[in-house]
Write a protein that binds this ligand. Structure first.
Ligand code: SF4
Length: 404
């Protein structure tokens, strides 16, 4: 008999959902346990109403990480409103999480996620995904478009296509660029995003769709992982720093005000001071708008886990801190350059961190806090940026909101 434990945050609705999930798990051969150390499945049913809700979830996930290390078969799942709002970010910040499930029917945010493909045919030496999720399997465009139509009808103006290597999407003659163009024609689709992009698979057709298709957002998450060609080779990433920079440059020239975010792994086995300096210089060359940086940790069963030249934990942490500090300066500088400009934001129904008001996201994926009266989630508001912070912006309403 396998054991599950559900931790429930928030309202009665969440309590009810947890009861339903417990009811489903019973017939599947699970029994409830109150002892987190004995659980085979830990489910965090989250709530985003309280301040710093996401940070509290990440902090709890950090506590659970040790259990996952002791028991790699432990399944950790996040559902509820924080899962709906943070989506892929949870996998980036807590890669040991197995499942993130949205609670779409509750309309906790304006963005709906549509999985267009599963699995990955690449073989990055540090990554467990090809083992856990298998080879790429793509859904038909017809099925995806039907889901997009349904989500838009249910009030989601923003759709994000998900795939481990979403640029590799292909089904018959359809590929990611055609999927974006077809989705754009669906009435009610206001914003389209896609993640996660592999730099080697990002082709000109997709980049040109970002330029030409009105609803495709001017933000791209493009994981670089390292700025050193030597490390990229060891990681088997299949591109060079130069090739990566060419794509960034093409997009900067063609997509107005495009923002870039990336993933960086520091402390890969054998990473020298010189390799690390190359990564720092990549950060400075590109000036990313956001960076998700991680200290390398071995995933059992991967090629990299068998490499014998692992770096000391303290050195990895030192390099990570230095990346975070450098990036924070870059972000603050880039955000400061936006003060005085106006943006349309899509309100997400979450309160800002400080004081009353609303918050939303720009097409370039920046969070803007606005000290306005409560406004309906999933609607748009035009704002002027008044202050910049490293991780967000503050703004004031300019023209009033309009329905999504
Ligand atoms: S492309 Fe991404 S998902 Fe695929 S093996 Fe590499 S890191 Fe893993």
């Amino acid at each position: 008999m396998r054991r599950f434990l559900i931790e429930t945050w928030g309202c009665q609705m969440n309590v009810h959902d947890s009861e339903k999930m417990a009811g489903i798990l019973g017939p599947l051969g699970y029994e409830a346990t109150a002892d987190v150390n004995r659980a085979d499945l830990i489910l965090l049913n989250t709530c985003s109403v309280r301040e710093k809700a996401a940070e509290k979830v990440f902090s709890r996930l950090g506590q659970l990480r040790g259990l996952k290390r002791l028991n790699p078969d432990l399944v950790i799942a996040v559902c509820g409103c924080v899962a709906q709002l943070e989506g892929e970010t949870i996998f980036r910040r807590a890669p040991y999480v197995d499942l993130v499930m949205s609670t779409a029917a509750r309309g906790a945010g304006p963005r709906a996620y549509v999985t267009v493909m599963e699995g990955c045919n690449k073989s990055c030496t540090y990554c467990i995904v090809p083992f856990t999720r298998g080879r790429e399997v793509c859904r038909s465009a017809q099925e995806i478009l039907a889901e997009v139509r349904d989500l838009v009808a249910r009030g989601y103006p923003e759709i994000e296509f998900l795939g481990q290597n979403v640029n590799a999407y292909h089904h018959g003659t359809d590929e990611l660029s055609s999927l974006l163009r077809m989705s754009d024609r669906i009435e009610g689709v206001r914003r389209l995003r896609f993640t996660t992009s592999h730099p080697g698979h990002l082709d000109h057709r997709t980049m040109d769709a970002m330029r030409d298709v009105p609803s495709v957002c001017n933000h791209l998450h493009l994981p670089a992982q390292s700025g050193s060609n030597r490390i990229l080779r060891l990681m088997k990433r299949g591109y060079t720093r130069e090739r990566y920079l060419q794509k960034i440059s093409y997009l900067r020239c063609n997509v107005p005000r495009i923002a870039f975010s990336t993933d960086i792994i520091v402390g890969f086995p054998g990473e020298t001071e010189e390799d690390f300096t190359e990564t720092v210089s990549l950060l400075r060359d590109v000036e990313f708008d956001q960076v998700y940086a991680f200290a390398y940790s071995a995933r059992p069963g991967t090629v990299a886990a068998g490499m014998t030249n692992a770096l000391p934990e303290a050195l990895k942490q030192e390099r990570l801190q230095s990346i975070l500090t450098i990036q924070e300066e870059i972000q603050l500088r880039r955000n400061t350059a936006l003060v005085g400009r106006s943006f349309e934001i899509l309100l997400d129904g979450r309160p800002p961190k400080e004081g009353p008001g609303v918050r939303g996201r720009t097409t370039c994926n920046r969070i803007v806090h606005v000290p306005a009266d409560a406004s309906t989630p999933n609607t748009f508001l035009t704002v002027r940026i008044t202050r910049a912070h490293a991780h967000s912006l503050s703004g004031e309403p300019l023209l009033g909101s309009r329905a999504a």
